[in-house]
Design a protein around this ligand. Structure first.
Ligand code: CP
Length: 316
């Protein structure tokens, strides 16, 4: 038996809810499986029949461009039937609860749910409610976790840097409100990255973040010095209770990534961003579109990584 709610009694992945506590073997299995799917998108016929006959529901209670669309593409590449529930036009607006909505979709023979919700714990709640033949993927819950984003980020880092064990990685920006940052820190740590830095003003860092094994920097020039990977985060204004900064102009001056600051990192450092990006706030356009940016490849890799997660959950 194990106490991890995302693993079954045999230690296999039952749900994907968080990168916290996920065994390294499962990380590597997902990354290796994604590698095998990378070429599928380049084939003339992009479909493979691994999930034929399976019904997957996208439940996005918050906006999304990348995650929702790449899950849909990934499901279609695997020949699953993918349904996007239009939340605004659903019976949620008439007061139906989240779990009642899920129960009704299960009655329509759902096999898997991909859930994005503003409330931390929403995907865990559904996972603890459904029968064990149904799989839940957390596509971002509040400021808690975004595991498939972290997995595609790990795939990207491994693609460009080949090995995790000799890297300095800096995560820069609004760590406090970022589910992506939390999921990345757990993933980087499990995969053996020896030096994880977080760079942010005090107002945008969770208290006691050092307990996660990261090194804290408030000065960007010191923080990015000699790093191999820079991960930029946007200001999550929708999750801020009150203004945490004097102005976005001031923020860009001290924490925005410019070409000048990028020169302080390793010459072959890569620049990543989970998106959506706010140009001129956390990153200047010359860097976002520059030769060290791997921001758009991250998006492409997301298709293969999500194919891997769905097929592993389905046991195929
Ligand atoms: N990275 C990410 O979650 O982007 P979306 O909000 O567009 O899905």
């Amino acid at each position: 038996m194990n106490n991890n709610p995302q693993l079954n009694r045999n230690g296999q992945l039952q749900h994907l809810l968080t990168t916290e506590g996920l065994p390294v073997a499962i990380f590597l299995n997902i990354l290796d499986k994604a590698e095998s799917f990378i070429d599928t998108s380049k084939h003339e016929v992009k479909k493979i029949p691994l999930l034929r006959g399976k019904s997957i529901f996208n439940l996005f209670f918050e906006p999304s461009t990348r995650t929702r669309t790449t899950f849909e593409i990934a499901a279609k590449h695997l020949s699953a039937d993918l349904f996007n529930l239009n939340i605004a036009a659903s019976s949620q607006s008439k007061g139906e609860t989240l779990l009642d909505t899920v129960d009704n979709l299960v009655a329509m023979h759902a096999d898997m749910f991909v859930v994005r919700h503003s409330q931390s714990g929403a995907a865990h709640l559904i996972a603890s409610h459904v029968d064990k033949n149904i799989h839940i993927i957390n596509a971002g819950d509040g400021s808690h976790a975004h595991p498939t984003q972290a997995l595609l980020d790990m795939f990207t880092i491994r693609h460009y840097k080949h090995d995790f064990h000799d890297l300095r990685v800096a995560i820069i920006g609004d760590i406090l409100h970022s589910r992506v940052a939390r999921s990345q820190i757990h993933a980087l740590s499990t995969l053996g990255v020896p030096e994880i830095r977080v760079i942010a003003p005090k107002t945008l860092l969770p208290s006691k973040i050092e307990r996660l094994g990261v090194h804290v920097y408030h000065d960007m020039a010191q923080g990015v010095k000699d790093v191999d990977v820079l991960i930029m985060l946007r200001l999550q204004n929708e999750r801020m209770q009150r203004a945490s900064l004097p102005s976005t102009g001031e923020y860009f001056k001290y924490y925005g990534l410019t070409q000048k600051k990028l020169y302080l990192a390793q010459p072959d450092a890569i620049v990543m961003h989970p998106g959506p990006m706010n140009r001129g706030v956390e990153i200047e356009s010359a860097v976002a579109d520059g030769k060290q940016s791997v921001i758009l490849p991250q998006v492409s890799f997301g298709i293969a990584v999500r194919m891997a997660v769905m097929s592993i959950l389905a046991g195929v």
